[in-house]
Write a protein that binds this ligand. Sequence first.
Ligand SMILES: [Zn+2]
Length: 283
Amino acid sequence: MIVDIHTHVFDSAAHFGPELNADLARCGVDPGIWGNVEERHLETTAAADVAVVFGLQASATGWNIPNDRVAAHVARAPHRLLFFVSVDPLQPGYMEELEKYHRDYGAAGVKLAPLYQNVHPQDKRYYALYQYCQKHGLPILFHTGTSFVGGTPLDYSRPVHFDAVAVDFPDLHMVLAHLGHPWEGETIAVIRRHENVYADISALYYRPWQFYNAMQLLVEYKAQHKALFGSDFPFTTTEDSLRNIRALNAVAPGLPGVPAEVIEEIIHRDTLRLLNLPNPLKK
Ligand SMILES: [Zn+2]
């Protein structure tokens, strides 16, 4: 079974605020290139058996993708999509929002992004969320590593901050997205110390030399069993991610490659079981 642990849906015209549009313009990105994200999402995620889907609530950087919109999207293919709720600690009532979407909309996990939300990973507002998630067995997928967004401290995205969180919440399942690029080594140091902390390898293949080195490092530290497949759609697609991850050794001909069986193990990782997620195929 293939699980894509990292996919987004949004309507950029309706859900992106001025801060986000300014960041995209600064980087020369036209959100129009992603087309109709929701329709394309249903097509691309068919390349996996199950996909985890989220929006993002981050008022500090202009992201306002309503959770009911994401839940409605998941309801279009409930036999293969899993809904993760995103809540913004800068908004009053964020705990109630989490509880509501967990209780009434079947959220199977939570998406947080300290860099986008302008909140340090060890902030007490997050700690209230961690407590709830640990108690109810909800995994949290964190954006870690760099991003095109500005105006907030990059330090909030450092993988090492999640080491202290894992010490305080040993039973909380966490996924550090993008192997924390460009701090892949730091991410590997964290995931190998904590039984319930994982990393996804989404959005990395388009820096092929760095990706190749990160995957070698993962194997050298014997931490490959903590890596999960993800795409980061719509910034790439599920199909392109699978194809390019399988081709990762092509950038380094003549050098030792990451073994094909390691790559296939990551792609076919039993992510649902590891993160305590329900299997929508059995609905
Ligand atoms: Zn993402």
